[in-house]
Design a protein around this ligand. Structure first.
Ligand SMILES: [Zn+2]
Length: 254
């Protein structure tokens, strides 16, 4: 498909958008010094439990620092409970997500796509653009697009397109889930120390009782927190790739 010069210009503009923005780690560092104003954070995940497992520790840290955190769940996990109808599963998983957001101190938003049947089209792109732009975010998190789960990919692509088309400048960070099994070829640019919020993240994940929380940790998340922590030199960390790039606003923690 032909790419218009307008969309190319917008892409370049957004890619450079981080130049004037405060980076994620600087927000966390500066908050301690009370030198930074309140920021708006949005996380877009495929299913209830993805934002929590991918960046729950970081979201909890941001909320604890006084920033506004909103989690947009693309689907409500309709296909996620064996033996239950889509409606029954969605009801259970919505309540679990609301509880998890309460632990993280985030506002939950349910976009309304169907688990296992997610769609990337212009209508859904408009809807996600609207849901994100209402929040006027400074930072948005989403899945890394190379992932074995199609719903994760769709959540990522909708968010990337939203970032590309947005008139509002915001930093876009990708998180990893179940590395090696779901997220693939992930080479982090940024790390956040979650030592102080690791337990809060665990509590949020355990709100998703229907999803076998010990199984979520066993599928890699415990090892990921420890390994990313070793890379950063702390007990536990979460890792990210910054779309805007290190030079434009990614952080330099080392
Ligand atoms: Zn998922």
């Amino acid at each position: 498909m032909k790419v218009s010069s307008k969309s190319r210009r917008q892409f370049v503009k957004n890619a450079a958008g981080g130049l004037g923005l405060v980076s994620l780690p600087s927000i966390l560092q500066a908050q301690k010094l009370e030198r930074i104003e309140k920021k708006k954070i949005v996380c877009v995940g495929g299913h209830p439990d993805d934002p929590e497992s991918g960046c729950g520790g970081t979201l909890a840290r941001l909320a604890k620092s006084g920033h506004d955190v909103t989690i947009i769940y693309l689907t409500t996990g309709e296909a996620g409970i064996e033996g239950k109808s889509h409606a029954e599963s969605a009801d259970i998983r919505k309540q679990e997500a609301i509880k998890a957001c309460d632990v993280i101190k985030a506002k939950p938003v349910f976009a309304g796509q169907i688990d296992g049947d997610t769609i990337m089209d212009n209508a859904w792109l408009s809807k996600i653009q609207n849901l994100v732009s209402i929040e006027k975010p400074d930072i948005v998190f989403t899945h890394w697009p190379i992932d074995s789960h199609k719903d994760h990919q769709i959540a990522s692509l909708l968010t990337i397109q939203t970032w590309m088309r947005s008139q509002q400048k915001f930093l876009l960070y990708f998180f990893e889930v179940c590395a090696g099994e779901q997220t693939m070829t992930f080479h982090p640019t940024d790390y956040i120390d979650i030592t102080d919020t690791q337990e809060q993240k665990r509590k949020a994940l355990y709100c998703h009782a229907s999803q076998d929380p010990p199984g979520i940790y066993a599928c890699g998340h415990a090892a990921m927190e420890e390994f990313r922590g070793r890379e950063l030199g702390v007990k536990a960390a979460e890792a990210f790739i910054c779309m805007n790039g290190k030079k434009q606003g990614g952080f330099n923690f080392f």
